[in-house]
Design a protein. Structure first.
Length: 368
């Protein structure tokens, strides 16, 4: 992070924490709303430029606080318009964020950890190992940077209309830092995104799925990738702690907290591993009659992987079988493959890996 490390970084702080900070300065709560709008809606991190704050307040802020942003290490642009940034995270560590432009929206895929401890067999991030959780400032800073450097959309909207926690790391393993970011993303005084335009993707830390549903019910995507416990134990090891039945029960309770809410199940298509029509039928049996959508993801290879992508026809047959069984199923379009920015390819740079056993107390889970 850049800036004066002796000062309090206001970036990423929850609104209630900012209100307490302003109260300590002897200021009214509405100052919090003004600051949020300057930081997130206008992309300003210089207190002197916040012209509707009094000079005395700006001086107090400059003395005690900062809006310190993550440092961008590099930027890469794909031939299809996708943009990938590497952010420096200290001690040679780097994390990645990816912007995917589309006619109707601009989606930013952000990271929540340096690496990942869950070790899903087909994921480049997991192959890098795990170092640490990102702070709320480091997470929201990815959104701040994208929105400030990218041009606004033709309709005047900010470049980023959707945010997905599908980058490096398991967001629910960094719960304490992720929730304040979610609150800022949906706050009318910060980014003001619809809950449906903010998506948490999890491999299945069930207690935090339940907690998130109560505290900050945004869109939920679950990295399922297998229709039975035997196969999922092999490719998504967290399943040994929270098997499919337990995970799905938590998903249905999550969806029930809000009307017309669906859970998206991500399913990476691995050749001759999980892509048969029998697997499609098993998956349909699991989801039948529940508020579920399936997003099929063509596997994106990375160095050292044992897996291969399912063929185009295989994916099409799998999708059609799900649809024939009454399951809403789509296939994700691969974007940014030429800059290693496609789903499952984000690796950043993880050094000084922390070795952790599989278990909620040992995979970097930050509760709260």
């Amino acid at each position: 992070m850049t800036g004066d490390t002796d000062k309090l970084n206001l970036l990423g702080m929850a609104q209630r924490e900012l209100e307490a900070f302003f109260a300590d300065l002897g200021e009214k709560p509405y100052r919090t709303r003004q600051l949020l709008q300057w930081m997130y809606q206008r992309g300003v991190n210089d207190f002197d430029a916040m012209t509707d704050l009094s000079k005395s307040l700006r001086a107090k802020l400059a003395e005690r606080a900062t809006v310190s942003l993550p440092r961008v290490h590099s930027e890469h642009k794909s031939s299809d318009g996708t943009v990938k940034w590497l952010f420096a995270s200290g001690s040679g560590q780097r994390v990645e964020a990816v912007y995917i432009p589309e006619p109707a929206r601009g989606t930013l895929c952000i990271s929540s950890q340096v690496g990942c401890a869950l070790d899903c067999a087909f994921c480049a991030t997991g192959a890098q190992g795990f170092n640490r959780n990102l702070t709320a400032a480091e997470i929201i800073g990815q959104v701040w940077h994208a929105n400030t450097v990218l041009p606004r959309r033709p309709n005047g909207e900010s470049a980023v209309t959707n945010v997905v926690f599908m980058g490096m790391g398991e967001p629910l393993a960094n719960y304490r830092q992720v929730v304040p970011v979610l609150e800022l993303l949906i706050s009318d005084y910060a980014y003001g995104l619809s809950r449906r335009r903010v998506t948490i993707s999890t491999s299945g830390i069930v207690p935090h799925v339940e907690k998130l549903g109560d505290e900050c019910n945004v869109s939920l995507a679950v990295s399922l990738h297998a229709p039975n416990d035997e196969l999922r134990n092999r490719i998504v090891p967290i399943n040994k702690l929270h098997p499919i039945g337990e995970l799905l029960d938590a998903c249905w309770r999550y969806a029930a907290k809000h009307a017309n809410r669906f859970v998206t199940f991500e399913y990476v298509m691995l050749r001759n591993v999980n892509d048969s029509l029998a697997h499609a039928d098993e998956l349909a049996d699991l989801l039948d009659g529940n508020p579920a959508k399936v997003n099929l993801i063509p596997f994106n290879p990375f160095p050292g992987t044992e897996f291969k992508r399912s063929g185009v026809e295989t994916i099409r047959y799998f999708q059609n079988r799900l649809r024939d069984r009454g399951i809403v199923a789509t296939t994700r379009r691969t974007r940014g493959e030429d800059i290693d920015a496609a789903c499952g390819q984000l690796a950043g740079k993880v050094s000084d890996r922390v070795r952790r056993r599989l278990g909620e107390k040992n995979i970097g889970v930050a509760t709260g």
